[in-house]
Design a protein around this ligand. Structure first.
Ligand code: SAM
Length: 289
């Protein structure tokens, strides 16, 4: 298999010029042009020749070349049809890669994992389009795609939000959702000059390792996530008021007050002070009332 040829500014510019490619802002196109960052992502993802890897948004195929060298098989899903002829060119020396020209949010990834990896957990690796980071990551978890890990470049601020616990301003529904499904670990911070064009925000590589056993036991997952959303939609309010005002929940004042009391918290507690374990317990209390 060919050594990667992409990953530096000169070769990237050459490919872009050859195809007269225009960057599309609406697709969050910021291509990686730093080999050290690419090596770091591949090594953080822990890819071996046994692995099937899903890449989201291959761009001109830079990271795809690195993935093809490290993995058994790679499927890359790219929305921009103008990139498809470029990918056919840059990936021509790699026989273990296929490209799907589709919106990642519309691909049936459970079937893909079944077909390509016999339903065993897959690894997802991507330099994500930042405008849809949360729907992509939550979609992977909620649609029950069999996952081993997700190693992705995201906006720095979003990586921080995924990793923090209660008591910080970044703590929110995304932190709780990610930590319910996975163990987050920030691998590296990546400055704007590692991309072409340069994004206006800092970036970070984060690895989310799917829990083998769930960290908390919840009878009704949907109820727990409704409670979490209601708490953070109105983070300045008390937990009781947040839950009372929620349009998603239909709980009486009495049920809410009794549940918070059973949780062992005072009436003035705010949702943002609760841990994942406490949200799970609150959901279980309400389920049993
Ligand atoms: N992987 C390349 C790299 O690192 O150089 C490109 C990364 S760029 C940040 C994001 C890529 O995702 C772009 O190629 C963009 O066209 C693609 N993309 C954007 N929205 C998408 C979607 N909904 N489904 C699939 N790909 C998408």
């Amino acid at each position: 298999m060919k050594e990667p040829t992409l990953g530096n500014p000169q070769n990237t510019i050459q490919v872009l010029q050859k195809y007269n490619f225009n960057f599309q802002k609406k697709f969050g196109q910021n291509f990686l042009i730093d080999t050290h960052v690419l090596d770091k992502i591949i090594s953080a993802a822990g890819i071996t020749k046994d692995d099937f890897v899903l890449e989201i948004g291959p761009g001109i195929g830079t990271m795809t070349q690195y993935l093809a060298c490290a993995a058994r098989e790679v499927v890359a899903v790219e929305i921009d049809k103008n990139l498809i002829p470029i990918l056919e060119d840059t990936l021509s020396g790699y026989d273990n890669v296929s490209i799907i020209n589709e919106d990642i949010l519309k691909v049936d990834l459970v079937s893909l994992a079944e077909e390509k990896n016999q339903g065993r957990p897959i690894k997802v690796v991507a330099n994500l389009p930042y405008y849809i980071t949360t729907p992509i990551i939550m979609g992977l978890f909620e649609k029950k795609v069999p996952l081993e890990s997700i190693t992705v470049m995201v906006q720095k601020e979003v990586a921080d939000r995924m990793q923090v616990g209660p008591g910080t301003k970044d703590y929110g529904a995304l932190s709780l959702a990610v930590q319910y499904y996975a163990e987050p670990y920030i691998v590296a911070n990546v400055p704007p000059n590692c991309f072409m064009p340069r994004p206006s925000v800092g970036s970070a590589v984060i690895r989310l390792t799917r829990h083998k056993e769930m960290p908390v036991q919840v009878k009704d997952e949907q109820l727990m996530f409704k409670l979490i959303r209601a708490s953070f939609n109105q983070r300045r309010k008390t937990l009781a008021n947040g839950l009372k005002n929620s349009s998603e929940l239909n709980l009486s004042k009495e049920v809410i007050e009794q549940a918070i009391e059973q949780l062992g918290k005072g009436a003035s507690i705010r949702g943002e002070a609760l841990t994942l374990e406490e949200f799970a317990r609150l959901a279980n209390i309400i389920s049993d009332l």
